[in-house]
Ligand binder design. Structure first.
Ligand SMILES: [Mn+2]
Length: 481
């Protein structure tokens, strides 16, 4: 698959990355695309998803390709096509067409790269470990790296030369260029259609899988793969619910966390809506609390604001709402400081979004956390994936939620102290039994001035959500899968 954006986009990125490598004293880098993993036999692979570092610099999705990036030259190396490929997969990619679409100096057969590495010596060439085990084994062998082969190496144990490449990639990829933002917008367009279709088709008696199929259909017909495993569930309290066989009933809330990706650029959106098209009073009260936290956090997405403070402010707005409803007791500031809100909001308020849904999380916290910062030991805050000052061009998710997780509320070590000191009123919470989980997630672009909510057109105000639910049955002319 060749890039839909002009070659100048990738040439500019490669020049910027090469200049950083040069300043770090490295004379070149190999960026491996990675390959498809076989299921039970090689001709039946899992879908190919090449490395995001490769996509960022080359733009094309080419299995087992390797970019050799140097200051004055960008060469792509491709496996020699198997004679049977034309029979089963159609004509092999034309090297000249790839070179032209990606703005490369040359495209050459992969064996020539291996020979060149052997001739030049592997130690001066930087690389980043990829997830695909076959490619990682090749990286270790060709470049003589001593990474463990059973899991992603811890980033801070990489060789200095590789770490310089990691830091150069982080510096370049934290803030997106206009081309990258345009791609996220394209992904968001499809994701919006998916959420509107999901809301429209929802009615009691369907299964979760029916709604998921309707949503993913909107992505598929736009040729957008899912950026992550869709979550469409009446059990919103299961943070990464994967089962989707439950039948929808009036009185349920349906939580849908579904997003498409456009040539790798991701969107990540959650909406929660009532199956009947009407919130109960208890559902509406908690929905309004989550929405207030979502909006307050979005308003803070400005240059120089520390993302941890966005998380803490969202937590404070949630705590205030929960105190007003009698579920939490005490001063909201003190409750957040002690982490009491995490019994109901156990995760971080969001993360970096870009070419990966959790952008650059293959680099551990090297991307998400500013140098010198590390994860908090406190339950809840410790799940925060991003703790940097925001800058124009960054795209982050803002996704506060409220969940009644029985296993967490029954966990005496974590929750007991807050029940015993009266901070959490479990009897009052039980009054909200028709709420299992609510999350409202938007994708937000930091600009020099006001934040831009890329997902603003996907309904989230309660009336707008309710108006969108069930439209397909109300207007039989609308054809749903
Ligand atoms: Mn997310």
């Amino acid at each position: 698959m060749l890039p839909i954006q002009p070659p100048s986009v990738f040439q500019r990125r490669r020049r910027a990355l090469a200049a950083r490598l040069d300043r770090a004293g490295s004379h070149g880098a190999l960026l491996f695309a990675g390959g498809a993993t076989a299921r039970n036999y090689p001709a039946n692979p899992w879908p190919l998803r090449v490395s995001s570092h490769f996509l960022w610099t080359v733009g094309a999705s080419l299995a087992d390709a390797v970019l050799w990036l140097r200051r004055d030259r960008s060469e792509l190396f491709l496996p020699a096509p198997d004679p049977d490929d034309a029979l089963w997969h159609g004509a092999s990619p034309d090297f000249a067409a790839i070179a032209s679409a990606c703005g490369l100096d040359d495209v050459r057969p992969l064996p020539e790269l291996h020979d060149a590495i052997l001739a030049e010596g592997a130690h001066g060439i930087a690389t980043v470990p990829v997830m695909d085990p076959h490619t990682r084994a090749r990286q270790r062998a060709w470049l003589d790296r001593r990474w463990p082969d059973d899991h992603t190496p811890r980033i801070d144990t990489l060789d200095a030369i590789d770490l310089a490449l990691v830091d150069a990639l982080v510096s370049e990829r934290l803030c997106h260029d206009e081309a990258g933002i345009a791609m996220i917008r394209r992904a968001v367009e499809g994701t919006r259609a998916a959420h509107l279709a999901g809301m429209a088709v929802t009615r009691a008696g369907l299964r979760e899988a029916d709604v998921r199929a309707t949503m993913e259909r909107e992505l598929a017909r736009r040729q957008l793969p899912c950026a992550y495993g869709s979550i469409v569930t009446v059990h919103g309290e299961i943070l990464h619910a994967r089962e989707d066989g439950n039948t929808l009933a009036d009185g349920d809330l349906l939580l849908a966390d579904v997003g498409g990706e456009c040539q790798g650029w991701a969107s990540d959106v959650t909406r929660t809506w009532p199956v009947s098209g009407r919130f109960s009073s208890t559902q509406r009260e908690l929905y309004d609390v989550v929405l207030a936290a979502n909006e307050a956090a979005i308003a803070m997405v400005r240059p120089g604001v520390r993302y941890r403070d966005v998380h803490l402010h969202a937590s404070l707005v949630l705590a205030r709402g929960l105190v007003a409803l009698g579920i939490l007791r005490g001063e909201p500031e003190g409750l957040v400081e002690r982490g009491a809100h995490a019994m109901l909001f156990p995760h971080g308020v969001g993360h970096l979004l870009g070419l990966d849904v959790h952008d650059m999380e293959d680099l551990g916290d090297r991307a998400g956390y500013a140098p010198g910062r590390s994860r908090s030991p406190q339950f809840g805050l410790g799940y925060l994936r991003l703790d940097r000052e925001l800058q124009p061009g960054m795209v982050v998710t803002i996704e506060p939620g409220l969940y009644r997780v029985a296993a967490l509320l029954d966990d005496d070590a974590r929750c007991g102290p807050f029940v015993r000191d009266g901070s959490l009123d479990r009897e009052r919470l039980a009054h909200f039994a028709d709420v299992r989980g609510i999350r409202i997630e938007d994708d937000v672009l930091c600009t020099p001035t006001d934040p831009v909510v890329l997902t603003a057109d996907i309904p989230k105000a309660p009336d707008a959500v309710c108006a969108a639910v069930g439209l397909a049955s109300a207007s039989p002319g609308i054809v749903i899968g």
